[in-house]
Design a protein around this ligand. Structure first.
Ligand code: ASP
Length: 327
């Protein structure tokens, strides 16, 4: 019974998940589980030094330290694991899975998460790359600041991460926000939602969080219910964007609850967007959502028109992009 085909393996991801999706689909086609595929997909992106918003090579915090967050959830059991603000260890998604499987906890942070990584036999590994450090420094120059500016760190971080108001015509401006405010550019995360051939769902999210963030700041990605939720009965949901918004609206779990109330995927997503709109997002702030149901139906949603997401089924040679719903 265990190998009975009940679903077409499907992967839904944020736009930066292409390489991870390919590797994960190969695993699924060979009979791998959704959980293994979601973890593998994240690891591929985490290990890519050219991806500056996730794992190795992520943009550091205001002090120049890379702090990683990740979470994973098994839709069959509703078991979940997460880590946040981890420094000096790679592949936070695997650490999150270990928290789920080898501890009675869901979330470990900072020093405790690092200690747990060592206990799990992970070796320390510097997550900084020269290129990411260069980007980190360039931002100070662009904003007329320096890493040792004699101002409180919270002010320095706010000035580094805040939006630039261009004051002139700007085609990227967010509708409904003052002309010239661009979507914030220091964001980025990878989402993977996976449906395997046995009909099991899993979700995985990994990020270095907001670049130049205040040390210890934790976004939605490692928070189950905010940036990640997965339930085999209804679906899997994950977010990217300004994590504080998804935390305040409990976006991932809310969308699942809307599905549970009987709404269609599109209506459930629109309702989650309406919840986010009520928060009156600050200048440049946005949120993206991806969702996948146990029947393999998928969609993306965004508060910023023009954003896309990635999907791939076992019937496709390559991942494809689809528009996110934005209303
Ligand atoms: N959601 C992530 C966070 O707030 C960042 C992102 O997705 O861009 O940490």
């Amino acid at each position: 019974m265990t190998n009975r085909q009940t679903a077409i393996p499907t992967i839904v991801a944020s736009e930066n998940g292409r390489r991870g999706a390919r590797a994960a689909m190969e695993l699924l086609i060979n009979g791998g589980s959704a959980l293994d595929a979601a973890e593998l997909a994240c690891r591929v992106v985490e290990d890519d030094p050219a991806e500056h918003t996730v794992g190795y090579g992520g943009i550091p915090n205001a002090l120049g330290e890379v702090e990683l967050d990740a979470s994973i959830m098994d839709g069959r059991t509703l078991q979940a694991g997460a880590v946040a603000a981890v420094r000096g260890y790679g592949n936070p998604i695997t650490l999150a899975r270990r928290v789920m499987e080898r501890s009675p906890h869901v979330l470990l942070v900072g020093r405790g998460a690092e200690r747990f990584a060592a206990e799990m036999g992970q070796s320390r590994a510097d997550q900084q790359t020269e290129e990411a450090m260069q980007r980190w420094l360039t931002r100070f120059d662009e904003r007329g600041l320096s890493p040792d500016a004699p101002i409180p760190l919270r002010e320095l971080a706010a000035r580094l991460t805040g939006p630039i108001n261009l004051h002139d015509r700007n085609e990227d401006a967010i509708p409904g926000q003052p002309m010239g405010v661009k979507p914030l550019d220091m964001l980025g995360t990878v989402n993977f939602l996976v449906l395997d051939s046995r009909g099991a769902l899993a979700s995985a999210v990994s990020t270095s969080g907001i670049g130049w963030k205040y040390p210890g700041r934790v976004g939605d990605s490692p928070l189950i219910g905010a940036g990640n939720y997965c339930d085999n009965h209804y679906g899997a949901v994950a977010c990217t964007g300004m994590g504080e918004l998804a935390i305040r609206a409990a976006t991932a779990r809310s969308l699942i609850l809307y599905l549970r109330q009987g709404l269609s995927l599109h209506d459930a997503g629109r309702k989650a967007l309406a919840d986010l709109a009520r928060l009156d997002p600050g200048p440049g702030q946005y949120m993206n959502i991806v969702a996948l149901t146990p029947r393999g139906e998928h969609a993306g949603f965004t508060t910023v028109p023009g954003k896309r997401y990635l999907y791939m089924t076992a019937e496709m040679e390559e991942p494809a992009l689809a528009e996110r719903v934005a209303e």
